[in-house]
Design a protein around this ligand. Structure first.
Ligand SMILES: CC(C)(COP(=O)(O)OP(=O)(O)OC[C@H]1O[C@@H](n2cnc3c(N)ncnc32)[C@H](O)[C@@H]1OP(=O)(O)O)[C@@H](O)C(=O)NCCC(=O)NCCS
Length: 160
């Protein structure tokens, strides 16, 4: 069975991790709009990533619904994966769910033969930077005034 179609379920004290399906799109859009002020993924983008065979979309689910998601994309002919987005609902942050999602995305990318993961993060995003640095990401570049409000993007990378 190809790595990208293998079943995935992980348990965390506060949530279960599984692959996203198209029925999750409305919840994902709701979460996206609550978490990000700008540059939000649309329902169409979520649907495309979920259907794409070179992307992994996973969610963390509790009894009160989907509380977090992560997306990676894997370029054809390259061993480099990109973290497209990672978000945890405010009511569920600082419990290790973002860490578990990112570690799971690393495992899924490794199963596809990817050797490195890169991402862009706002310079002022202390929570995300702390998480990425703890998981071994190092800065490899920056993009001045990258975001709509002119905040810089830092480009981070780690080996898988
Ligand atoms: C970044 C994010 C995904 C982390 O999710 P999470 O489920 O809280 O992740 P974890 O609990 O595994 O770890 C979060 C870390 O942020 C820290 N943290 C939480 N809230 C924080 C805050 N307001 N300021 C600084 N650090 C904070 C936690 O203490 C933890 O620190 P550590 O890595 O040093 O242990 C979540 O905060 C989020 O969705 N933020 C908004 C969306 C976003 O910025 N996504 C990333 C885009 S690149």
């Amino acid at each position: 069975m190809p790595a990208e179609t293998r079943p995935l379920t992980k348990l965390h004290p506060f949530a279960a991790i599984r692959r996203a399906v198209s029925a999750d799109v409305a919840s994902l859009v709701h979460l996206e709009q609550a978490v990000f002020e700008m540059e939000q993924l649309t329902a169409r983008s979520f649907r495309r990533y979920i259907a794409h065979d070179r992307a992994d979309v996973i969610v963390a689910e509790r009894t009160d619904g989907i509380v977090a998601y992560g997306i990676t994309a894997h370029r054809a002919g390259s061993a480099q994966s990109r973290l497209i987005s990672l978000a945890t609902a405010t009511r569920a942050t600082a419990r290790g769910i973002g860490t578990l999602l990112l570690e799971t995305l690393h495992e899924l990318a490794s199963l596809r033969g990817m050797t490195c993961m890169s991402l862009e993060v706002r310079r002022d995003n202390a929570a995300a930077l702390s998480l990425y640095e703890r998981l071994g990401y190092r800065m490899i570049g920056e993009k001045p005034h990258y975001y709509a409000d002119f905040c810089d993007a830092l480009v981070l990378q780690r080996s898988l």
